[in-house]
Write a protein that binds this ligand. Structure first.
Ligand SMILES: [Zn+2]
Ligand SMILES: [Zn+2]
Length: 343
């Protein structure tokens, strides 16, 4: 068999096309991975919808997708640290290995990063070719469903572990899958109060299953009321996951002096903020992109082994042929993680 099913951005318009393609070639340092399950990311949804970012970034035709679990089907002659049959997930950012950041071990800050499923063929297919240096061996204690969304779990982990969390009060704006997983991590690592906000009732409800103190729809309950009810002054830590300037503004207003904020949601590039909030409160802001390669992956695995449960965030599963249903439920917002199955 030399052909495989592959979900391709073929035309410069809304949609994706399930096509027969050649199984990808792999080099001496690569893994050829037989894909079992993939998860749909917000990035994939942008490409499906063909939004302005996708129109600028994506060169058609391309197989998209970067969240996956599979098994090693073949490996290059130089690959020493994986065996045929190993269950693997993988880091979707392929870095140069030679820049200042890479040489210093800060590979997530490589300026020459190539994105799997964005700048080169991705994992929404029966096979993926990936540098072995990007592979992650999945521990047998971890389910394949969970391993399929290690990539966004990594974003959540990178964000939530940016600051010391023990005893702190945390505000998370945005109850999408990454916000919800971040909430579970904050609980796992010892935060006191965790308040998560959204404007979508489905997602607010989903967040309530993840150990938060309060999940509120800000169209019905204000963050200020929440602070009063919990008898607090303000939040010590903010995790901005929504990319919504109004949500970010409300976070700034409700931070305690000296608070720390990690920003993962992509705010519109010219968003304004009230700098008085940042300066007079002495706030600390940190931008988050991707995940630390591979320290974040290590933390993800050991947190799962020590009792963290992120499985409630997975709400929908579809066969790869039914991909359009998966993308449309993503567009509705009434979902957590959505998995496509390739077996
Ligand atoms: Zn992703
Ligand atoms: Zn680099």
């Amino acid at each position: 068999m030399s052909k495989m099913k592959s979900l391709v951005k073929r035309y410069k318009k809304k949609g994706l096309w399930l096509e027969e393609k050649e199984i990808p070639k792999y080099g001496s340092n690569d893994l050829l991975i037989k894909i079992k399950k993939t998860a749909i990311c917000g990035t994939d949804l942008h490409i499906y919808n063909w939004n302005p970012w996708a129109q600028q970034t994506i060169k058609t035709p391309i197989t998209i997708g970067h969240e996956f679990v599979g098994v090693v089907a073949e490996k290059g002659s130089e690959v020493k640290d994986f065996k045929i049959g190993d269950r693997v997930s993988g880091e979707g950012h392929i870095v140069c290995g030679r820049c200042r950041s890479c040489l210093a071990g800060r590979r997530h800050l490589c300026p020459n990063t190539i994105g799997v499923g964005v700048n080169r063929d991705g994992c929404f297919a029966q096979y993926l070719s990936l540098p072995a240096s990007n592979g992650w061996y999945v521990h047998p204690s971890i389910s394949s469903e969970t391993a399929a969304y290690f990539d966004p779990f990594g974003n959540a982990t990178h964000t939530a572990l940016s600051f010391a969390m023990v005893g702190e009060d945390v505000l998370i704006t945005g109850a999408g899958p990454i916000g919800i997983m971040a909430a579970a991590i904050c609980r796992h690592v010892g935060a006191r109060y965790i308040v998560i906000t959204d404007i979508n009732d489905y997602r607010v409800k989903l967040a309530r299953n993840m150990g938060v103190t309060k999940a509120i729809n800000v169209n019905q309950t204000s963050i200020e009321d929440c602070i009063k009810e919990l008898d607090m002054i303000g939040f010590d830590i903010g995790l901005e996951m929504s990319g919504n300037p109004v949500a970010f503004e409300s976070m700034l207003e409700n931070m305690y002096n000296g608070g720390r904020i990690a920003l993962l949601g992509l705010l519109p590039s010219m968003s304004k903020i009230d700098w008085n909030q940042v300066i007079f409160k002495g706030l600390y802001l940190k931008g988050i992109y991707g995940r630390e390669i591979f320290e974040t992956w290590y933390k993800m695995e050991v947190m799962l082994q020590s009792g963290l449960d992120i499985s409630p965030v997975l709400t929908h599963r579809f066969k790869c042929e039914d991909f359009a249903k998966g993308f449309e439920v993503m567009n509705s917002g009434n979902c957590g993680k959505v998995i496509l199955e390739w077996d």
